[in-house]
Design a protein around this ligand. Sequence first.
Ligand code: GTP
Length: 404
Amino acid sequence: MAVFKKELLASATPASNLLHTILLVDDEPDNLDVLSAILSDRYHILVARDGQEALELVTQMQRPELLSLVISDQRMPRLSGVQLCEQLCALSPETLRIIITGYIDVDAIVDSVNRAKIYQFVIKPFDRHDFELTVQRAVEAYEMKRDLNDYVLNLETKVIARTQELQQRNEELHCAYQQLERFSITDPLTGLHNRRYLQNVIEKDLAIARREHPANQASNTKNSDDLVFFLIDCDHFKMVNDTHGHDVGDQMLCAIASVLRQVFRESDYLIRWGGEEFLVVARFIKRSLASEMAERLRQTMADMRLVLANGEYLQRTCSIGFAAFPFLSSAPTALDWSQIVKFADCAMYCAKQSGRNTWVGLSAGDEVSEAPPKLMDHKDIPHMLEKGQLQVESKHLASKLNWI
Ligand SMILES: Nc1nc2c(ncn2[C@@H]2O[C@H](COP(=O)(O)OP(=O)(O)OP(=O)(O)O)[C@@H](O)[C@H]2O)c(=O)[nH]1
């Protein structure tokens, strides 16, 4: 059967458009010739003599998606037009498919449109002009689809790139924030933590100590639930600066930090309290161990040698004061930690006044049962000791200590 009305062939006005490739499939060579004659001026034409050949041709194509359109006869040996289009759906989903048929069966058409995603059925015989328009619309639809795909792909690529960029910015921001956080809680000279850090973390420990203490008291267990605050001050540090210069003074401070790291546990808080003064919170230990720890620190510090650039070495001792939280086991909420630091500070002052290179500890005396004494000034200490409100432990004999 002829594929179009021959009388309309003369009215063809092809315009050159070889951007599109169209595959013509028909087992009738005459029909292929006629279709080619109509379309070859405008499109790049490929031909196949049946469905199977068309399938093989498309399979061999490196980029089948560049095939704009397949126009296939329906009734062919081996493979029908709809069967071919069905397979092309998977091989090249972008390619549009037109079936030319002489039989009008609406149900079959609907079914095959759904199965083989046919763009259009052209019923034989057809008007050449209509046919050209159909092909023209099909390639325009293909172009639109391709442009849309390119646009979506481009958009997706941009979104991925932008997302990656944002992720990277986020990570950089996160790192910068963490670094800032670290800086804000770290002493830049020694690398130890600063006061701000202690203020951030200490409340949690105090809460644990306050909670655990009464329970342990009630069950009479001597658990490790004390926080011992040690204040440590380098002796005659000013002389290091005055004699050897500020840089050597800085090196000495770093060496003291190393001694602290060596003596205390990693889980303890090591704080540069200010100048040549350090605060250590030994966490969750028995307070009875505090004097032993103070002596170990004193000794390690006295043994430490800072080797100078000229080969000489420098030695310094330290004075240590300590007090434990809770100050009074029976009233763990009575004094806050700043009061404990004050007791440790007075004890350290006493160590200085009593000859340096020594340690002094203060704790609640036997005469205190409910309300531990509030300390205002180190000058109050002798009186409190006398009244039995405080008790002292030290490397020296208590009678040799000088509090004022
Ligand atoms: N190199 C250096 N010196 C510091 C730093 N911070 C404080 N100092 C110095 O530490 C010295 C502390 O001196 P003092 O408070 O008189 O105490 P000291 O000389 O250690 O004497 P005692 O504590 O009484 O044994 C001062 O000279 C401060 O300038 C620092 O970051 N680096």
